[in-house]
Write a protein that binds this ligand. Structure first.
Ligand code: ADP
Ligand code: MG
Length: 246
């Protein structure tokens, strides 16, 4: 493995739910530091693909290599692989009975044996980074959706992952809160984080995506720059999809 190898290598992946083929021969490489945005209609397999990357879903064929390790090889430590991939979901999934600070320090202390004072210092730095250091002591229910999602991003970052996966991170937010979450993601992108982002926020895609991937019915139908998708997607379904979301 060298620095120029893709940090994520997905090759010929199949995933079935009973008779339904959720992923159909999906291949995708993500370079270190690259930002990939995945778009496509509901049910096209975007979440399944993302979740396969840290084995929240098992696959029925093909392979997924993350930072040189086969995610589905049972002899590899899946917890070590998962620590390299931070994940942020549409629903914020914060621990409701823990304070914001505790949400950020729990996993590093338990899974990485980081001393408490060090975990808290990192947590405070991350809360500052996402713009809400003053919320460290409150419970998630006290926060707006946008603030909760920023805490969720900070919590994922607290494990110092090499890759961040986002699954429609702004879809559950009121419109006025979308910007504050996207701003945090743009900052992260500028710092060089490798990011795979499922989103239909094409403004975000235009600003940060190196490549946009269009999925439909479990397959990748087109890959191109954001400009390519704005101007002239080749695939007919991609054209139709772009018309609907823009
Ligand atoms: P997307 O994220 O693009 O909306 P998903 O990856 O969630 O799509 O789903 C892809 C397909 O797989 C859909 O048809 C969905 O209904 C189906 N699916 C997803 N998860 C499950 C599951 N746990 N059991 C059965 N079918 C599922
Ligand atoms: Mg989804």
């Amino acid at each position: 493995m060298t620095a120029t190898d893709p940090i994520i290598r997905i090759q010929g992946v199949h995933k079935n739910y009973g008779a339904l083929r959720a992923l159909d021969n999906v291949s995708l490489d993500v370079a270190r530091g690259e930002k990939v945005v995945i778009i496509g209609p509901s049910g096209s397999g975007k979440s399944t693909l993302l979740r396969s990357m840290n084995r929240l879903e098992t696959i029925d064929g093909g392979s997924i290599i993350v930072d040189g390790l086969d995610v589905n090889d049972r002899s590899n430590n899946i917890n070590a692989i998962r620590q390299e991939l931070g994940m942020v979901f549409q629903s914020f999934n914060l621990f409701p009975h823990k304070t914001v600070l505790e949400n950020l320090t729990m996993a590093p202390m338990r899974l990485k044996r980081v001393p408490k004072h060090e975990a808290e210092q990192t947590a405070m730095e991350l809360l500052t980074k996402v713009g809400i250091p003053n919320k460290a002591g409150v419970y998630p229910a006290m926060l707006s959706g946008g603030q909760q999602q920023r805490v969720a991003i900070a919590r994922a970052l607290a494990m110092k992952p090499k890759i961040m996966l986002f699954d429609e991170p702004t879809s559950a937010l009121d419109p006025e809160m979308i910007g504050e979450v996207l701003d945090v993601m743009v900052t992260l992108a500028r710092e060089g984080m490798t990011m795979v982002v499922v989103t239909h926020e094409m403004g975000f895609a235009r600003e940060v995506a190196d490549r946009v991937v269009f999925m439909d019915a479990g397959r990748i139908l087109e890959i191109g720059t954001p400009e390519h998708f704005f101007q002239s997607p080749t695939n007919e379904r991609a054209q139709l999809f772009m018309k609907q979301i823009l």
